[in-house]
Structures are given as structure tokens and as C-alpha cells.
Write a protein that binds this ligand. Structure first.
Ligand code: GLV
Ligand code: MN
Ligand code: MN
Length: 427
């Protein structure tokens, strides 16, 4: 009987749409360039810190309890209940950091929706079987510090994959940036959540692609997330005067880097070794018109849903790097690397998302994610589920990234309903 009453109370819960949209609007002002409208909130930058502070203030004002773990993740929990038993967590979240000149929704939407769901529970006075926890994972994008998924890797206990003394693209140590954000590099292990402590993890995100917009479906049920290999390369040549140094015998780091750019594209476009291959960042030194570049730092991003294909593409790239170094007289080193394997989401959570969308009258479809997500790392310790809402024009990682307000609200409603179902039916 009591159980039925709780059930009914749970099913009548709804999020506060205006509050969610207000927070999206407010957070979208942090790190915003007024000229382009783009957001630059690279992980552990001052703008990123401001965003975390904003989130924690909102959480505190809502009567929730935010904390920063050693990896710099913001973990928000309900107020502790006196004599309450330790419950398994039902974790929700995403990231607050952005790419350079990106959009306001990638990551931030999922974090604010998680906060909204948590606050909805808190205000209802209902104590679900699992403890709802909202997490803003640190440095998901790796825009400044080239360790994407930094925070979710730490939560999943993947410390072996993280460098001991990470540095940003300019050589500045993460140790200090992390300390400013409230983390502690020496205590990184304490950020890990043991397997079994999280009953389920749910991430709500904008699709960042065109599938839902084209089909007209309102909700995406993610079945798999792409695998990804990110390499940071340092090309070292020899700087010199562009007018007086003969062409013969030059060791031009930028020429070598240009060949690496083409070889990378070639891996996917011409050789079909992996789904997509991109050089997205390239910085020449000293980067001046009349000096031959002495050094270049650049990134290569390879993606495929098949781990063996991604590995084959990486091997081909590494071979190409040796050939290019040899023929240009340069040295090409891989100075940082991050790997995320492709993962499948939980069938149970897929069904829960689908049924929740159905109940709300929202047509849904199953699709895969070509973007990486923190869920991929959390999959090491818990069953994961991901919900997508349509992206206008199918674009993301640009200032124009957007989603209709009605979709943002409905996506959060699906998240809430899925959490409610999962409270009863977690794997
Ligand atoms: C993460 O945002 C990615 O690049 O897929
Ligand atoms: Mn992104
Ligand atoms: Mn994202």
C-alpha cells in the first residue's frame, strides 16, 4: 500500500522547466565571446572554474550538497538523511567544459538536467531506493589539457591511463590548475567509485548530429558510443631565416606537420581504415611569417565503433609518422594519448528510456553516438544509458549549436522518468 502511494507520488513528479531554461541561459553566459557568441570554457580554465562555482551555488541554494573530488569533478548529492542507510547511487551527469569557441549545450545541458532531476527529488521529499547523484565531470573535451575524459576516467578508476604529471598544450602543469579547481593530483585515487557503488548511470546530451532532426523523432536512445584515439604530436625541426636558409637541407616542422594532416585524412577518406580521422589542433613555433617553423604541436583524433579498426588506423598513422619524419629530417613524437573504447549501453536502460519517451508522447529512435561521452568511462563501473535530443542543423562544437527549448525540457522529462523507472528496475 505504502509502496503504491510512493509509486503514484513518483509518477506525478515533474521538473521545473523555467528553472532549467534559466540555468541553461545563465551558464551559457560564462566564457561567452560577445563577438562570435561562442563559448570557450576549456577544462580547468578560469571560465571553467566560474562555471563550476555557478553550478555549486545553484546546488547549495537548492538545499543540495556539492563537493569537488580529487580529480576536480563536481559531485552533487542530496542532503544526508539522519540515520539513513548507505544507498547505491543513481548517477546522472555530463561535463561543463567546452571546446574553444563551442556551443552552450554540449555537456552543460546534461549537467543542468541532472541537477534539475536531483532537485525535483529533493523537493518532493521522496527518498528513492537509490541515491540520485549529479556529476559534472572535469575536462571531458581536453581542449586545453590534452586528457579528454579526465574526470570520468578518475571516477572509473582508470588511473593507469592518465599521465603522472599532465601538462597543458603550453606546458603548464595540471597540478596547479587542478588545485585551483579544488582537486588534488596526489589524491587522485580517492576520486574512484568502486564497481557496484553505482546502480546505473544516465547521461542526457544534445545529439550533435542530424539524425533526429531528419527523422522528426524527438528522443534518441543511444545504443553505442564510438571509440576514439587522441594523440598529441610534437614535431621538431630546425628554425631558421626564411630568406637565407637554402631549401636544400631544411628541417621544416610545419612542412612535416602538413604531411601529417594529409596522412591523417587519408587514413579514413582514401584508405577506409577508420570511420573518421581529424587533425583539429595545430600550433607552429615561432609562428611568424619569415622564420621556418622549428616545432609544431598538433593533435590527431581517430574514431571508429570497431576497436580493431581504430587500432589498425593508429598503426598505419604511426608508420606514416616514421616515413614523414625520415623524409623531412624532423623528429615526430607522440607526447600524450587517450583511448576510449567503443561501448554499448544497457538494454534495460534503453528500454526504460524508450518507455519513458512513449509515456510522454515523444517519438523516439535508437541511434549510435559519433561523439565521445563521459558515459564511456563510467561504463567500466556501472550500466549506462544515454538520451539524445535533436540538434538544430545537426551541428555542434561551434557557436551555432542549438536545440529548441521544448526539446530541452522534454529531454529532461525523459531523464526524470527514466530515473524513476530505474529506481524500480535497475540491472
Ligand atoms: C567529445 O566532445 C567529442 O569530441 O566527441
Ligand atoms: Mn563535445
Ligand atoms: Mn559532450
Amino acid at each position: 500500500m505504502a509502496n503504491t502511494l510512493v509509486q503514484q507520488a513518483l509518477l506525478s513528479l515533474d521538473i521545473d522547466a523555467a528553472r532549467l531554461l534559466r540555468r541553461i541561459e545563465e551558464l551559457g553566459r560564462i566564457g561567452r565571446d560577445p563577438a562570435t557568441g561562442g563559448i570557450s570554457r576549456e577544462g580547468f580554465s578560469p571560465a571553467d572554474r566560474e562555471a563550476r562555482t555557478y553550478l555549486m551555488n545553484e546546488a547549495r541554494a537548492a538545499g543540495l550538497v556539492p563537493a569537488v573530488d580529487a580529480a576536480g569533478n563536481v559531485v552533487i548529492r542530496p542532503r544526508p538523511v539522519a540515520h539513513g542507510e548507505e544507498r547505491q547511487a543513481l548517477m546522472m551527469g555530463s561535463h561543463l567544459d567546452t571546446v574553444v569557441n563551442g556551443g552552450r549545450l554540449d555537456g552543460a545541458y546534461g549537467v543542468l538536467a541532472a541537477l534539475e532531476v536531483l532537485q525535483t527529488f529533493e523537493e518532493s521529499g521522496i527518498e528513492p531506493r537509490y541515491e540520485p547523484v549529479a556529476v559534472a565531470f572535469a575536462n571531458e573535451e581536453g581542449a586545453l589539457f590534452p586528457q579528454p575524459f579526465w574526470g570520468s576516467m578518475a571516477i572509473a578508476g582508470r588511473l593507469a591511463g592518465l599521465p603522472r604529471e599532465p601538462a597543458d598544450h603550453h606546458g603548464r602543469p595540471l597540478r596547479e590548475a587542478l588545485r585551483l579547481a579544488g582537486g588534488d593530483l596526489d589524491a587522485l585515487g580517492s576520486a574512484g567509485w568502486p564497481r557496484g557503488s553505482v546502480a546505473a548511470y544516465l547521461e542526457l546530451h544534445v545529439e550533435q548530429g542530424p539524425v533526429l532532426e531528419r527523422s522528426g523523432n524527438r528522443i534518441g536512445v543511444v545504443d553505442a558510443i564510438t571509440g576514439r584515439i587522441v594523440l598529441t604530436l610534437e614535431v621538431t625541426g630546425s628554425a631558421g631565416h626564411s630568406g637565407t636558409t637554402p631549401m636544400e637541407g631544411r628541417r621544416d616542422a610545419l612542412t612535416a606537420a602538413a604531411r601529417v594532416v594529409l596522412a591523417t585524412e587519408n587514413l579514413s577518406r582514401d584508405r577506409g581504415l577508420c570511420r573518421v580521422a581529424t587533425v583539429g589542433r595545430l600550433e607552429a613555433h615561432p609562428n611568424t611569417p619569415n622564420t621556418i617553423a622549428g616545432a609544431v604541436r598538433m593533435t590527431v583524433d581517430l574514431r571508429d565503433t570497431d576497436v580493431w579498426r581504430a587500432a589498425a588506423a593508429e598503426e598505419a598513422l604511426r608508420y606514416a609518422l616514421r616515413v614523414i619524419a625520415e623524409s623531412t629530417g624532423t623528429r615526430i613524437e607522440v607526447v600524450a594519448e587517450t583511448r576510449s573504447d567503443p561501448v554499448s549501453t544497457s538494454r534495460t536502460l534503453q528500454r526504460a528510456i524508450e518507455n519513458s519517451a512513449d509515456e510522454l508522447g515523444l517519438p523516439s529512435e535508437v541511434l549510435s553516438s559519433g561523439a565521445g561521452h563521459d558515459a564511456q568511462m563510467v561504463a567500466d563501473i556501472a550500466p549506462i544509458g544515454m538520451i539524445f535530443v535533436p540538434s538544430i542543423g545537426g551541428i555542434s562544437h561551434v557557436p551555432e549549436e542549438d536545440t529548441a527549448a521544448v526539446d530541452l525540457v522534454d529531454g529532461a522529462r525523459v531523464l526524470l522518468r527514466t530515473v524513476l523507472r530505474t529506481v524500480d528496475h535497475a540491472e
